[in-house]
Design a protein around this ligand. Sequence first.
Ligand SMILES: Cc1cc2nc3c(=O)[nH]c(=O)nc-3n(C[C@H](O)[C@H](O)[C@H](O)COP(=O)(O)OP(=O)(O)OC[C@H]3O[C@@H](n4cnc5c(N)ncnc54)[C@H](O)[C@@H]3O)c2cc1C
Ligand code: SF4
Length: 544
Amino acid sequence: MPESRTTMPTVDRKARLRLPAEPAAKQPAAERVRNWNEVFLGFDAEAARREAQRCLQCPAAPCTKACPLGNDIAAALWRIEHADPVGAADVFRETSNLPEVCGRVCPQEKLCEGSCVVGLKGKATPVQIGKLEQYCTDLQRATTGIPVPEVARTGAPVAVVGAGPAGLAAAEELAKSGHPVTVYDRWPLPGGTLRYGIPSFKLSKAVLDAKIAQLRAMGVTFVPERTLGRDLDVAALRADGFAAVFLGYGASAGNRLEIEGQDLPGVLLATDFLVRANLPPTHLPNDRRRPLAVGERVVVIGGGDTAADCVRSAIRLGAREVTWAYRRTEAEMPGRAEERQYARDEGVRIEFLAAPLRVLGVHGAGRVAGVELARMELSEPDASGRRGVRPVAGGEFTVAADTVVVATGYHVDEAATAAVRGLATRTGAIVMAETETGRTSIPGVYAGGDATTGPRLVATAVAAGRRAARAIHEDLAAAPRSEHSGSEAPRAMHGGHAGVHWSAHPLPPPVGALRRPRPEEGGVGALLDQWIDDLRFSNTQEGD
Ligand SMILES: Cc1cc2nc3c(=O)[nH]c(=O)nc-3n(C[C@H](O)[C@H](O)[C@H](O)COP(=O)(O)OP(=O)(O)OC[C@H]3O[C@@H](n4cnc5c(N)ncnc54)[C@H](O)[C@@H]3O)c2cc1C
Ligand code: SF4
């Protein structure tokens, strides 16, 4: 066993600050554009040990505070440094259900690594936390396997709708607490956006498959091709004996451009494009199995990581000219700088300050021929400090295209939310749920992940699934068993006030910690106002 951090000798921080960052071996661009394998080739044991040694073991651990999951990063890196990578993986698994995924796809520069003291103080490359998280969890998977906790089926059955990161995390935590868990999803295979969104060159499907296998080994049941609102109903699940239902159906409905030519054949929304580009037809529903022929010239519109995934997928599909159009400058681009660099290295041409005006069609052929774009310029900052854009007079120009991909963000599918009668929502589709517990307006129904926030991150969805699982377990443990199932009429949050239309309330400001209102705190109005004040919501949309 390695020395624990409490008994570790004081590290020489000054000396550690001078240690160089370990080079990350990557597939060369010319090679990787011919395959769908991951770019980073992984650290070996020595490289990982040297990189972990750069950690200053700061007692305040700002990296942990910046991690949505609160991973004990210093403890894990200490184990890697002391030749115990499997122990390090277990440290990550204490607080995260998908460390092998987060190590690959988290925007670390804005989270853990963005707060790393080595980067801030030493003005050097921050410790490569994500790559070390990937290293130790990959090594564990390849050697001892992902640990399968022994579970005793002592709890009440719980249904999970949505097999993305939020649903998978909730399922695992519930199973660990003894609940038989059934996960329903509309797609043929579990994984959510991890499978049907994020391309394999960022996250190998084998990594996800191993995680699903572990959950199955824990007794979690997956039921594919069940769509909420079509062949899946929350009240029916409750009536069928599920003591609680967790909703984790994400926010994967693609935003449209709403410009002329949007519906021409050859114009695709990012979701549709990425699933068909990245997966064999047998992993797709019947209506999406048609092979994707992108042609020679592809234009992708949008600014976020999804747009980066699309341009890089287009290159791998054989397009010769891939143009990425974004209406602001690089400084405003919401996606990761690393992904942009990969795209550039792979031959993508980025057009900044270019906004789509209309999609052009081939005369008489009813197919896309190109995109007319307006050259933009930045305007003065508004009250919030954000600079807008305005068109430059006479700056219109055209880019020829055989395929146009629209990657301008995602939203929660209104049809899914509307299918759950009595569910309090914000803006009609985003599910209102307590941040700390995932409780919704319907007793016994919980929610988390993108469905409750709008598009966010894998790590935030995992965190929400974990919080909801804890609350579900506590609520079920506290409730008499006879109350576990049933088709109760929906109520307004947990105050028990039928008929309150939550969507009519203004968006609550972000305020402090949540707590559950008590009836003695006032009448219906006071209770609801208090409740709204206590809710913490935020919603970041990417890609505009
Ligand atoms: C292309 C793309 C790239 C991304 N890249 C990154 C990245 O690099 N890093 C990062 O941190 N985040 C990234 N994200 C965001 C991240 O994937 C999401 O924030 C995260 O997956 C949300 O998890 P979730 O479980 O809430 O939802 P999802 O992953 O969307 O899972 C929801 C699940 O619910 C199912 N579902 C939906 N509707 C229904 C219904 N009506 N009935 C039954 N099932 C339903 C879906 O099929 C899906 O399996 C990316 C997103 C996209 C789209
Ligand atoms: S989960 Fe994400 S933010 Fe947290 S340590 Fe891992 S890579 Fe960093």
